[in-house]
Design a protein around this ligand. Structure first.
Ligand code: NAD
Length: 407
């Protein structure tokens, strides 16, 4: 089996070790980031990439080729995995388009929102429907960090169970594809099939968590002045944060309700409130399960994580910290996350005042414009994966063009 890994960061290091350790697996890497393929190739350890992990002994895997040229690495790939920030998915899909073989299993870890919309747009509806087993994981299976570039990576925590959405090409079963993906990621997390891409897009936890927690925190902290230390992200949450998260999640569930009323045969059973997601994902790692706020501050998995910050030096030479609004909590979780959900809400006619508060603040600190006067019509909408970008101007077109309902 030939596995093509796309990217070159933390997740690709883990996947190189895991997939490369399988006896029947040949791993190649495609990196389109300028200079990265050469750098990675020349940095590889003697036994490839070592993955130190929380589940057992270290795992080693060596890629057979690392390149920036899809013609060299993509031809004949049985599995293609994009484990890269979601704003680069489109670039990779465009580069891969002419080299994918029929029957390829292709997807993203994680998918974020609207991965299927992007894939259909770039590869074409016919190809996605008849030739590709398209998949997306709701989140990355691991919290992981490169220790020594090209040589070793550490999995700080492996999730227990995560959703994966799979739309196999005609004639292939979800179970076959699931088994293949489980083999690559390892024993854990257990991959659980989600009902469809729409449910995974709307369940995108990062798109609710990261922007809403950031918004809530900075609402009561002056971020124009540098901080002495990076503030805690989850443990720094307060009751307001918990309530705002609940309200944003309520709005998503209102979209679910409207969609189910209009399309009674639609399955959105894997779309839950963020509170349920938290309990299922972290279980007994949570000390106090009484509210979203208490769950955020007592979740072992969230301990010590800080708001993304950049270091700055004061005139006296002291190190201080300012917010990094160019981090994935914004650059991915807004255009490929909350804005996608907001776009679906707009088509469904569901008012989203709480989501709008969060998007309006985020777009302002990002220097972007997506939402204007309550409509997704800002000048930067084109960088998002909202349905409106792909020409879906009404709910029925959106639901049918993307095969969420028959039509
Ligand atoms: P990363 O930041 O290590 O990935 C960086 C890689 O992405 C680069 O090496 C490059 O290959 C590619 N890239 C970034 N910007 C690019 C650009 N402008 N053009 C071309 N390529 C570019 O990411 P990661 O930590 O490996 O995470 C992969 C995905 O998983 C991301 O979506 C991330 O949000 C998500 N995620 C990661 C973690 C984690 O613990 N690492 C946890 C949860 C989710």
């Amino acid at each position: 089996m030939k596995v093509l890994l796309c990217g070159g960061g933390n997740a690709i290091h883990v996947l190189t070790a895991y997939a490369g350790s399988l006896p029947d697996c040949e791993v190649c890497i495609l990196s389109l980031f300028p200079g990265e393929a050469d750098r990675l190739r020349s940095s590889l350890g003697e036994k490839g990439v070592k993955c130190v992990n929380d589940l057992g002994p270290d795992v080693y895997g060596m890629p057979t080729m690392v390149s920036d040229d899809p013609a060299k690495v993509a031809v004949g790939a049985d599995v293609v995995i994009l484990a890269i920030p979601s704003f680069t998915h489109e670039m990779y899909l465009r580069a891969l388009k002419d080299y994918l073989k029929p029957g390829v299993t292709l997807g993203a870890m994680p998918g974020e929102g609207g991965f299927d919309l992007c894939a259909r747009h770039i590869l074409g509806d016919e190809v996605v429907t008849h030739q590709v087993n398209l998949f997306a994981l709701e989140t990355l299976p691991w919290a992981c960090r490169i220790v020594d570039y090209g040589k070793s990576v550490e999995v700080l925590g492996t999730k227990k169970e995560i959703d994966v959405v799979i739309t196999p090409r005609q004639g292939r079963s979800v179970e076959d594809v699931l088994e293949l993906l489980q083999k690559i990621v390892g024993r854990l997390p257990k991959l659980v099939p989600a009902c469809n891409f729409l449910a995974v897009t709307l369940m995108n936890i990062n798109s609710v968590w990261h922007p809403t927690i950031s918004y809530s925190f900075y609402k009561s902290h002056d971020y124009t002045k540098p901080f002495d230390a990076p503030p805690l992200f989850y443990q720094g949450a307060d009751e307001y944060t918990g309530e705002k998260l609940a309200k944003v999640s309520d709005e998503v569930l209102q979209v679910k309700k409207v969609l189910l009323e209009k399309y009674p045969s639609l399955d959105l059973s894997s779309l839950h409130h963020v509170k349920e997601w938290m309990l299922r994902s972290y279980g007994d790692d949570i000390g106090d399960k009484s509210s979203i706020y208490t769950m955020l501050v007592t979740n072992k998995g969230y301990r010590g994580l800080t708001h993304p910050m950049k270091e700055v030096k004061t005139e006296e030479g002291k190190t201080k910290y300012v917010p990094n609004f160019n981090y994935r909590y914004f650059t991915e979780d807004i255009p490929c996350g909350l804005v996608v959900t907001r776009g679906i809400a707009e088509l469904a006619g569901v008012p989203t005042p709480h989501m709008d508060d969060v998007i309006m603040w985020c777009q302002q600190v990002m220097g972007k414009e997506f939402l204007v006067d309550g409509k997704l019509c800002g000048k930067d909408l084109g960088i998002t994966r909202s349905p409106q970008v792909y020409g879906c101007k009404d709910l029925d077109t959106f639901m049918k063009a993307n095969h969420y309902v028959e039509g």
